[in-house]
Design a protein around this ligand. Structure first.
Ligand SMILES: [Zn+2]
Length: 1010
């Protein structure tokens, strides 16, 4: 290995000579350019090998008036042991702004914790002075309707305009290099007088957000400083990045739930930028995943995917010529999901780009050893990284800046081409109805969930889409919906006549007040992408989807969305709507009793908590009242005045019917439960999405760790409901065990040296897990009447450690669902968990667990996939065998049950068996997965039959309380708003979950329960 390494380095050194030979050709540095000698010396000192730098960045231009990053850092960008806080980075950017007319800093919003986000524009003085006029020209290219789609006018605008190249750094907090690289890049672009840099400055505006995850950056600097202060010790991993989520802050570009995504999108749209180039760190040494791997997102304009190839390969090629090893494109990132931050450009007629450079998660200089997968040569990586090398943050900054400067140079050279493409992509988005279609998406006015509908439409408005409302009823031609019966008649007709039929169509009418998202608008592609269905073939050559394969917003949101191809829809009379769109709410009628329909709109749970002192009851059956039909679970509200109620329901978009008397229907109280949300110290990534949803619904909760659960033997005195959201990919055993206890303690708390951590939760030592005491405490909590709700691996934990008798987990054979939408069926519509739901809800499944039920506490729910066949003997296949020479006896019945049910107990099982679960404590299946044929809604599904019909959501009564198990994840990335209320129902009905439970007719054994 050593020998090979030596040879490779020799080879690399040789290519450096060649690269330097080519410097003149690539016209990088002007020999007349004054150089900052001291800074340049440090760059060379901190770069571990000469070939880890380039002629673009191996010097720093000098300026008599503009301060270098050293003014703030005390050293050069990428220096060892130095990570600046956000305030330092901003201070430097504002120093630049004061020192030169070539830099302008703007505030683009704040984070959840109130930290500022900025964008820094760098260009020539002339372009900086012309920013507003340039913006107004770009706005007309971005929306060609403003120039009546006039190509000649567009050409004039292109000639007069320059593009905006938007670079974003450090969205992933432990990927630490970008802020200093971008400080230095801004300086270079502002002061270097080399022809290449001048050309960049004159031909485009570079826009820089030095860090996207500002909250996470400051925490990461804290943790890194702790590490510097405690040499030789293990240091805590960054358990919290932003307030809510960690790595998934880069999966928010669809639902736009996080401030950082909203701020970057707003900046991208306001500036009418052409590129969004996001900087990450993981793969050695520079993986330009602009191009990516297949499958490509199916809704993009092919012009964009051509631009990816052009830009990506140019980047690789130029850096290869400079002799820098380990620069490549393609890799294993597929561009299917539009959830990544950079994809905001792809979905808004721009160009998305992403770099993975190599980082050490801090500013330590380290000897790094790569795996064969990382250093191997392959067709897309002909010049791979070295198997072993010393790597510094400065190396990282060299690679990042070299790649960016080459990109800016290329974009400046071709600025008119890219502006023309920008116009073309915008124009083709507006032309969508007459080309590939659809013409529009319609959200019918009679959707039973107006609140859910408004939630989804608000997301589209945030995406920059125009939403309009039909001023009158309208009708369109649609393909006839197929039923089984139609299928059969069609088939028969075909065989009889043996001729092809045109697909049957029908006229469909939509009521006035229906919402439309027309596709003849510049951002039609993002609406089409979010609202359409996805199909990922199980036979796709790409075996490892990079992320979710489905996101169909109408399905996950439980909102009716109709895809219309008939262009006549564009003639419907409409009126424009302001953002944010709101469902209408108010009170109808007179009286002191109010009834609100339960339609599973998320605002209903907020209503309960907003009016804490009101008495609210839930109807246990559907009913009719004042001529209106109400669902099971509907709220009957008393003890609040109309004056108090009206503003709340108006604000929440809920309709209340007032009356002098309550409807005559069986009810139970719905109380404002005392809620705790549990997190581990292993990961908080996935539970963050739950906290985000629960915070948005204004439900107060106590946030506790598994360690706090272990310390508290009387959880029931404090909480009614404990929600334990999924804990990443950890096994139940790992959640109990925590981290290994050798080595030093790993503190996560606020101290003078770590002022930015410990605000969400804190501990002296992150290592201990839930422990057996914690499991016991949860069990006691449930036995004393609490409700414990788990999802995915935390449900698995409850099952594995005996908190959910009668439920077991089946091993998987071929089953695969990678972020897929699966259809469910209601099994028990009278359970409070599904109040407000009609059938066929789509749920999010990521390799969800396959549950089996049993009436025995020790499981035993497994059953053969196929019915046993008869053995060899007399008669036909369907006859019984008959032993000879004795009278015939009847065979005992073999117990049978559906896949979501427990098998009935046999007499043998019932006899003297302590494992028999008393009927009132048997698991109650509320939702199950649909049959194999209708299971897949959207995305990738293989081995469907393994999970088809099996339980999805199960309520397990345990003594006086309940354990509620979700095999799916009902709260995911702000995308699954349609399944949130399954969780809220558990909270609202925590002490009445047995409502509507069917009495078992099975003989009851002496019961231990009440
Ligand atoms: Zn990253």
């Amino acid at each position: 290995m050593e020998k090979i390494l030596g040879r490779m380095i020799l080879f690399a050194a040789a290519t450096i000579v060649a690269a330097q030979f080519m410097v003149a050709q690539v016209r990088i540095r002007d020999p007349k350019q004054a150089i900052d000698e001291g800074y340049t010396k440090k760059i060379r000192e901190y770069t571990t090998e000469p070939f880890f730098n380039s002629p673009w960045t191996d010097y720093l231009p000098a300026s008599a008036t503009v301060p270098t990053p050293k003014a703030v850092l005390g050293d050069v960008a990428g220096a060892p042991n130095k990570l600046p806080y956000s305030t330092d980075v901003y201070r430097y950017m504002r120093m630049l702004e004061r020192a030169t007319g070539r830099v302008k800093v703007v505030s683009i919003g704040t984070t959840e914790e109130g930290r500022e986000m900025i964008a820094v524009a760098v260009a020539s003085e002339r372009l900086i002075a012309d920013l507003e006029q340039n913006r107004s020209r770009l706005a007309r290219l971005a929306d060609p309707r403003l120039i009546n789609m006039d190509d000649a006018e567009a050409e004039r605008l292109v000639a007069a305009s320059v593009p905006i190249y938007y670079i974003t750094g450090s969205i992933h907090a432990p990927e630490t290099g970008a802020p200093t690289a971008l400080m230095e890049l801004a300086y270079r672009l502002a002061v270097d007088e080399s022809p290449a840099i001048q050309a960049i400055r004159d031909r485009l505006v570079t826009l820089i957000t030095p860090m996207v995850e500002v909250d996470g950056r400051d925490r990461q600097v804290d943790v890194y400083n702790w590490h510097l202060a405690h040499p030789g010790q293990n240091w805590p991993n960054l358990i919290y990045w932003g307030k809510y989520v960690a790595h998934d802050n880069n999966r928010d570009a669809m639902a736009l739930t996080l401030k950082l995504t909203q701020n970057v999108l707003k900046t991208f749209i306001d500036w009418k930028a052409q590129v969004l180039h996001d900087l990450h760190e993981s793969v050695p040494y520079l993986y330009d995943n602009t191009i990516g791997d297949e499958p490509y997102n199916a809704w993009l304009d092919p012009i964009l995917t051509d631009e990816w190839q052009m830009i990506g390969w140019h980047n690789v090629s130029e850096m290869t010529k400079l002799g820098m090893p380990g620069v490549f494109a393609h890799g294993d990132f597929d561009t299917w999901s539009p959830g990544y931050l950079m994809f905001l450009a792809a979905t808004h007629n721009g160009i998305s780009r992403l770099y993975e450079t190599f980082g050490n998660a801090g500013a330590d200089t380290l000897e790094r050893t790569l795996t064969p997968q990382q250093y191997g040569r392959t067709w897309y990586r002909q010049n791979p990284p070295l198997p072993k090398a010393k790597w510094s943050q400065r190396n990282n900054n060299n690679y990042e800046q070299t790649g960016l400067l080459i990109s800016l140079d290329h974009f400046a050279e071709n600025s008119k081409l890219f502006l023309r493409n920008f116009y073309l992509k915008s124009k083709r988005s507006i032309d969508k109805p007459k080309n590939e279609g659809p013409a529009a998406y319609v959200f019918p006015a009679d959707d039973p969930r107006p609140g859910g509908q408004a939630e989804l439409l608000r997301i589209l408005q945030l995406q920059g889409c125009e939403v309009v409302q039909a001023a009158a009823p309208f009708s369109v031609t649609m393909r006839k919906a197929k039923s089984d019966k139609d299928d059969k008649t069609e088939k028969n007709e075909k065989t009889e006549k043996n001729e092809k039929k045109e697909p049957a169509t029908e006229a469909v009418q939509f009521p006035a007040g229906s919402y439309l998202v027309r596709m003849d608008q510049p951002y039609s592609r993002v609406a089409d992408m979010l609202l359409d269905y996805q199909y990922w073939s199980p036979n796709d050559p790409q075996r490892r989807p990079y992320d979710d394969t489905a996101w169909t917003f109408g399905e996950f949101g439980n909102v009716k969305v109709v895809r219309i191809t008939d262009v006549k829809v564009l003639d419907a009379p409409v009126r424009k709507l302001q953002a944010p769109l709101q469902a209408p709410g108010g009170i109808r009628g007179q009286g002191t009793v109010f009834v609100v329909n339960h339609n599973s709109d998320n605002a209903l749970v907020t209503l309960r908590y907003k009016l804490r002192n009101a008495r609210m009851d839930a109807a246990e059956e559907p009913f009719e009242f004042q001529g209106v039909k109400f669902n099971r679970g509907s709220f009957v509200i008393r003890g609040v005045s109309p004056g108090e109620l009206r503003p709340v329901v108006s604000d929440l978009g809920l309709q209340a019917i007032a009356a002098s008397e309550a409807p005559s229907v069986v009810t139970h109280p719905i109380r404002a439960a005392r809620l705790a949300v549990v997190h581990t110290w292993l990961t908080t990534q996935d539970e963050g999405w739950w906290r985000h949803a629960i915070d948005n619904a204004s439900i107060p909760f106590t946030y506790i760790s598994t360690q706090a659960v272990a310390r508290d033997s009387n959880l029931r005195s404090k909480y009614d409901v404990i929600i334990f959201p999924p804990a990443g990919r950890n096994t139940p055993q790992a959640i109990v065990a925590g981290m290994p206890m050798w080595g030093n303690a790993l503190p996560w708390k606020k101290t003078p040296e770590t002022p930015n951590i410990g605000n969400l939760d804190s501990t002296d030592d992150m290592r201990p897990g839930l422990s057996w005491t914690g499991v016991d405490n949860l069990k006691n909590f449930v036995q004393q009447g609490g409700v414990l709700l788990g999802s995915m691996n935390t449900s698995d934990l409850a099952i594995t450690f005996g908190l959910a008798p009668g439920v077991s987990i089946a091993p998987k054979q071929k089953f695969k669902a990678t972020g897929t939408a699966l259809r469910t069926k209601l099994v028990d519509a009278s359970s409070p968990l599904v109040y407000g739901y009609t059938d066929n809800l789509a749920v999010y499944c990521f390799e969800c667990s396959i549950y089996n039920l049993s009436n025995l506490a020790n499981g035993g729910g497994q059953r053969p996939a196929v019915e046993p066949e008869r053995t060899t003997g007399r008669g036909t296949k369907d006859d019984p065998d008959l032993p000879q020479g004795r009278p015939v006896v009847d065979l005992p019945e073999i117990p049978k049950a559906e896949a979501w049910e427990a098998l009935p107990l046999t007499d043998e099982q019932k006899r003297n068996n302590t494992a028999v679960i008393p009927p009132e404590f048997r698991p109650r299946v509320v939702l199950r997965y649909a049959d194999t044929k209708e299971l897949l809604v959207s995305g990738l599904l293989d081995g469907a039959s393994e999970i088809a019909q099996h339980p999805a959501v199960v309520d397990v009564p345990v003594d006086r309380g309940h354990v509620v198990l979700f095999s799916n994840n009902p709260m995911w990335r702000g995308e699954t708003q349609g399944s949130y209320f399954l969780v809220y129902n558990a909270i609202l009905n925590f002490d009445s979950l047995n409502a509507g439970r069917k009495k078992s007719d099975e003989a009851v054994t002496p019961s231990a329960g009440r």
